[in-house]
Design a protein around this ligand. Sequence first.
Ligand SMILES: NC(=O)c1ccc[n+]([C@@H]2O[C@H](COP(=O)([O-])OP(=O)(O)OC[C@H]3O[C@@H](n4cnc5c(N)ncnc54)[C@H](OP(=O)(O)O)[C@@H]3O)[C@@H](O)[C@H]2O)c1
Length: 245
Amino acid sequence: MSAAMTLEDKAVLVTGANRGIGKALVEEALARGAKRVHAGTRQAMAHPDPRVTPLVLDVTDPDQVQAAASRVESLDVLINNAGVMLPDDSLDPAVHERHLAVNLYGSNAMTQAFLPALIDSRGTVINLLSCVALAPLPMFTSYSASKAAAFSLTKTLRAAHAARGVGFHAVLAGPIDTDMTRELDIPKTSPAAAARAIFGAVDNGIEDIFPDPATAPLAEAWAAGPDKILERQFARLVPAADPAI
Ligand SMILES: NC(=O)c1ccc[n+]([C@@H]2O[C@H](COP(=O)([O-])OP(=O)(O)OC[C@H]3O[C@@H](n4cnc5c(N)ncnc54)[C@H](OP(=O)(O)O)[C@@H]3O)[C@@H](O)[C@H]2O)c1
């Protein structure tokens, strides 16, 4: 468990905010009383709610990431939602690179750029991962690998920054009904329902979030499983944070 948090009066940044789960997270953050939602999108967009500040932001572009970090004065919640999923059953290097560029390095670049602001606010990072971080999906080899790597990094950052009061949440979602899963003929959860479940879990201090009916039954076993036992053991090896930082 991490510290409980609500969105009331908080400043939030969502990447990939123009469609799918990102768009639903923007609307849910507004509904929960966020005072400011920075909506990161690759193409300029407008939003009718004055609390929304559009940010042109490709997470693979270091200049745009730095410009966003300079523009946003304070931040309580960073949501690394932007992601790509391309079919790939043979680990084609070009496809693998693209998955890593967005899903791993892009998210990490955002986290590193906003970490000073998040340390100041004792803030929260929510990383949109996937249940394929736990078990790879056949035919989506490099997508699964990128999400597994991003989950590993999320857990490292969680341990490294806990003493500074920054919480890291991993969303291990199953199928959500967006453009990303359009071709998959399987039961899916609506993005709005997933967004409600994600913020509800963060409100309750849940670190690893299973926000849909397909994955929710895993939550109890996961919280008591060998991965969490090892994660907690390894977290104790992190040196205490320098109080001057
Ligand atoms: N849908 C699911 O079943 C599911 C399940 C588990 C996890 N997830 C994860 O949830 C997140 C959102 O997925 P989704 O289903 O909402 O996907 P989606 O509908 O395909 O939307 C993807 C979003 O990411 C943005 N994006 C892609 N590359 C980007 C980049 N380089 N910089 C900034 N933004 C970028 C897209 O912007 P453009 O419109 O400009 O392309 C779009 O806004 C992803 O990380 C995904 O892996 C999804």
